[in-house]
Design a protein around this ligand. Sequence first.
Ligand code: T3D
Length: 259
Amino acid sequence: MSYETILYDKGNGVAAITLNRPQALNAFTPQMNSELFDALRVAERDEEIRCVMITGAGRAFCAGQDLKGRSREQRGSLGQSLRERYNPIILRICGMEKIVVAAVNGVAAGAGCNLALACDLRIASEDARFIEAFVRVGLAPDCGGSFFLPRLIGLSKAMELLLLGEPVDAKEAHRIGLVTKVVPAKSMASEARELAERIARGPRSTGLIKRAVNRNLKVELENQLEYEAQLQEIAGRTMDFDEGVAAFLEKRSPVFQGK
Ligand code: T3D
């Protein structure tokens, strides 16, 4: 497999996918969306693979959409971007019978945070942070964040995270049930692999368990992803989003107008 923005390797029944744009905290470009989608497809079809692990290179898991590389015009329709680039990834993760583990090695923000939430299990390094960063740049949650977060941690806490956009550190993430386990940064890679290999050694029924749990969620998830795309289309056309992106690029706090 030859990719430019991700790494793919397999062994002991595990396909390890590493988001590999560390200079941009593994933020998503269209190429990275497309390569991640392809790697998931390859892993799903590979009979030797029983478990898929997604992690990030360097100090981050994933900082969401790359906010740097595109002008206002190039941003285009955010609804379309979600439908074409992001939602297929989320649906593939949830729809495949193989278990997908997020090894959250560092900061996970925006679409990066919600990518982790879409996985079946999350293991976090002690210096991981989860940030529903959308509100900070004038956006609404996408990639299923409005679907998974309330189900994982309850409505009240989900609202808090989404509306305030404050970082949740690994210890707090464990306390509120967002992650299975927190491990020291230095042993993150080995602990995550151990968990993935344990699942890969498990019975066929692990996939059936995933199917059972997700059965009633499929249609609801598809509908919610589409609804998020519609809302993001609106948010992406606001002056607040322009200001949010400008403020991020200029490394200052945004001044929103509510417009
Ligand atoms: O098409 C669509 O747009 C639809 C999809 C939208 C989904 C989304 O994901 S929207 C949300 C996008 N993500 C964010 O808003 C997060 C932006 N990043 C941050 O808030 C912070 O960088 C972090 C909290 C993630 C990390 O903070 P910190 O202090 O640890 O690191 P830093 O200094 O902010 O970042 C380090 C570098 O990574 C820096 O570059 P520099 O100054 O060293 O050249 C920074 O600009 C870059 N970086 C971080 N996040 C992104 C990024 N570059 C591009 N895009 C990013 N998202």
